[in-house]
Design a protein around this ligand. Structure first.
Ligand code: NAP
Ligand code: MG
Length: 393
């Protein structure tokens, strides 16, 4: 049987620790036997980021801008301990942060569902995708402790002053900002993605209380929807729905899932943890960065699974779940296939996902899932899990 051909290279970004080990095994066991893989390879492993003074991260992001689709392995974000461990010349920035700011993208996180994996909210039969705005608000807020008493004010560029509070005694202040440009990018990324995956888009803020700040988010989304996307949504049979954040929380919990829920930065931070936990496991969470001009970077939502890597280095057996990394590959291959009109490659991505889910549903899984599986489960090691999938493929 001849292998499936590709036409445009996929941008491949390798990473660190246990996920780097899985990365190679996924390619060897699941992809290379079937696909004549064409990638442009960037090694974002910490050693090579140090060797290239982190230029490799920027080059990788540039390549995604050029070709349109990338797949990324989890990478170490250095902290003080990593600086010592890897003998780094400086504490390099988070690669994900660098790529996100270069692509001006929004991150969408969605769980992988398999029958038998207990969902804590039983009505959630379809995945819920959280789209988190990754710019501004409290994450770049300016805060102060006020000894008081006295009036605290802020000054606008035109010199206008606004009283924050007239303190009688000690207290605290927080100010934050966002930009029209960033909110517009966020809206377009969400609407493009909704059209892409043909799912309803929900958006929520607290505009009744925050009559200028949150209201601006609501207005920009509405304007972009009406002027650029309304017709496309109607044609695709999907809906844009805005509601207050409290109403959204109540509706999501009662729903059967299936929507994309766009959230402001803080809401998305909090809600994505709730959704991930309710759907089972971080190891079953996929993540895709989408830029407003339609560039895609696929990855797993989890990190490099350091604890398992040290066991691996000690020669001990590991049972690390590769589902989210496999789905990063299938997501990227499917997108490449759709852009290049390669039906057989698209079918392969579908078959690989189905084989992976079927393997879990048949009771064969890594250790992390055994405790949340409803039925007879057999725990296998990292490699045997991939081999079990390969057999079904
Ligand atoms: P982590 O790698 O996500 O792992 C935390 C724990 O979650 C693991 O020890 C393991 O629990 C469980 N887990 C996560 N993924 C799993 C999988 N695929 N299979 C089985 N269990 C899994 O987070 P971390 O340990 O906090 O961070 C490690 C490194 O990853 C850090 O250097 C951080 O900078 C980096 N990181 C990178 C990204 C990214 O590139 N997107 C994201 C987050 C973190 P048990 O040990 O109990 O089995
Ligand atoms: Mg969080």
């Amino acid at each position: 049987m001849s292998k499936i051909r590709m036409t445009t290279p996929l941008v491949e970004m390798d990473g660190d620790e246990m996920t780097r080990i899985l990365w190679q095994k996924i390619k060897d066991i699941l992809i290379l036997p079937h696909v004549e893989l064409k990638t442009e390879y960037y090694d974002l492993g910490l050693k090579n980021r140090e060797a290239t003074k982190d230029k490799v991260t920027v080059e990788g992001a540039e390549a995604i801008k050029k070709y349109g689709v990338g797949v990324k392995c989890a990478t170490i974000t250095p902290n003080a301990q990593r600086v010592t461990e890897y003998n780094l010349s400086t504490m390099w920035k988070s690669p994900n942060g660098t790529i996100r700011s270069m692509l001006d993208g929004t991150v969408f996180r969605a769980p992988i569902l398999a029958k038998g994996i207990k969902v804590l909210i039983p009505s959630w039969t379809k995945p819920i995708t959280i789209a988190r705005h990754a710019y501004g608000d409290v994450y770049s807020g300016v805060e102060a402790y006020v000894e008081g008493p006295g009036k605290a004010e802020f000054v606008l560029p035109d010199g206008t002053r606004k009283t924050i509070f007239d303190f009688k005694s000690a207290g605290i202040i927080q100010t934050m900002h966002n930009t029209d440009a960033s909110i517009r990018s966020f809206a377009r990324s969400c609407m493009n993605y909704a059209l892409d995956v043909k799912k309803d888009l929900w958006f929520s803020t607290k505009d009744t209380i925050s009559k200028i700040y949150d209201h601006r988010f609501k207005d920009i989304f509405r304007e972009i929807y009406e002027t650029e996307y309304k017709e496309k949504f109607e044609k695709a049979g999907i809906e844009y729905f805005y509601t207050l954040i409290d109403d959204a929380v109540a509706r999501v919990v009662k729903s059967s899932g299936g929507m994309i829920w766009a959230c402001k930065n803080y809401d998305g931070d909090v809600m994505s943890d709730m959704v991930a936990t309710a759907f089972g496991s971080l190891a079953m969470m996929t993540s895709v960065l989408v830029s407003p001009d339609g560039k895609y970077e696929y990855e797993a939502a989890h990190g490099t699974v350091t604890r398992h890597y040290y066991k691996y280095l000690n020669g001990e057996e590991t049972s690390t779940n590769s589902m989210a990394t496999i789905f990063a590959w299938t997501g990227a291959l499917r997108k490449r296939a759709q852009l290049d009109g390669l039906k057989d490659l698209e079918d392969f991505a579908d078959r690989l996902e189905k084989a992976s889910i079927d393997t879990i549903e048949s009771g064969v899984m890594t250790k992390d899932l055994v405790g949340i599986f409803d039925g007879k489960a057999t725990a296998v090691n990292s490699e045997d899990f991939l081999k079990a999938i390969a057999e079904r493929l």
